[in-house]
Design a protein around this ligand. Structure first.
Ligand SMILES: Nc1ncnc2c1ncn2[C@@H]1O[C@H](COP(=O)(O)OP(=O)(O)OP(=O)(O)O)[C@@H](O)[C@H]1O
Ligand SMILES: C[C@H](N)[C@H](N)CCCCCC(=O)O
Ligand SMILES: [Mg+2]
Length: 227
């Protein structure tokens, strides 16, 4: 099974936007793919349960379906840091519980499993564990979504350095143009291309119409898709 963890330089970097595009790319190549949003805050009540727009978007883009609770096992209403929301709800998210939930997703029969993180790379899940501890435990290859806006260089380089220190395999990054007015966008993109220790896999241009990915061959190779 091809498994990937999609992280971002920050909340609102475009993890959902890009993960949904990756799922649609896999669908175009007739792959059986499913999305997983283990932890979500900012959820709303619908049909008597808390649901999250990210998880719904991943479900809509996937070719393999599953019950909502399998796709998003930890859902919290307040749009705040999930470990705080969990504490307020009297819940304790742990690496072990995330792995148990992940087993259920793996049993849905997909060949590709794309997990979207929450917030940025260093996301606390309880008083002493982070979401990246689970990524490390599952040995998931990571794709970093860089939200292209002023300040993203620092976020991207710090995230890359931390992943390297942890021995996490980041297979590449995707530039997501969240800010259509970013000054010197190309110069920032070039700076990141020279400084990040893994390849640029695709560019997701700013769009208010149909989102699309400008794909580099490396992305297809990493996804084991023949061009
Ligand atoms: N390339 C883009 N063009 C236009 N709008 C975008 C683009 N990428 C993201 N957005 C918008 O920016 C907002 C944040 O994107 P998104 O929800 O994908 O971020 P995220 O990293 O998943 O956030 P979270 O941390 O809440 O999961 C959304 O409203 C999304 O529609
Ligand atoms: C509510 C928001 N959209 C995200 N789902 C959660 C963002 C968590 C950010 C934690 C932090 O401050 O780094
Ligand atoms: Mg998201």
């Amino acid at each position: 099974m091809n498994q990937f963890f999609i992280t971002g330089t920050d909340t609102d970097a475009g993890k959902t936007h890009v993960t949904s595009l990756l799922l649609k790319l896999l669908a175009q190549h007739k792959k059986r793919a499913i999305g997983f949003k283990p932890i979500a805050s900012g959820c709303e009540m619908a049909f008597e349960q808390l649901v999250n727009a990210d998880a719904l978007m991943l479900m809509e883009s996937a070719t393999v379906s599953a019950k909502y609770d399998i796709i998003n096992p930890f859902a919290f209403a307040p749009p705040i840091a999930p470990h705080i929301a969990a504490e307020q709800a009297g819940l304790n998210i742990t690496v072990e519980k995330l792995s148990m939930a992940y087993q259920h997703v793996k049993q849905q029969g997909a060949d590709y499993l794309l997990t979207e993180g929450a917030g940025g790379w260093a996301l606390p899940i309880n008083n002493n564990e982070y979401l990246y501890d689970w990524v490390k435990a599952e040995q998931l290859p990571v794709i970093l979504v860089v939200g292209m806006k002023l300040g993203c260089i620092n976020h991207a380089l710090l995230t890359a350095a931390h992943m390297q220190n942890m021995g996490v395999n980041c297979i590449g990054w995707i530039a997501n143009q969240v800010d259509a007015t970013m000054d010197e966008y190309q110069a920032n993109l070039d700076s990141l291309k020279t400084r990040l220790p893994f390849p640029l896999l695709a560019i997701s241009p700013y769009t208010e119409q149909t989102p699309k990915l400008q794909i580099y061959k490396t992305l297809l190779e990493k996804l084991s898709i023949n061009p």
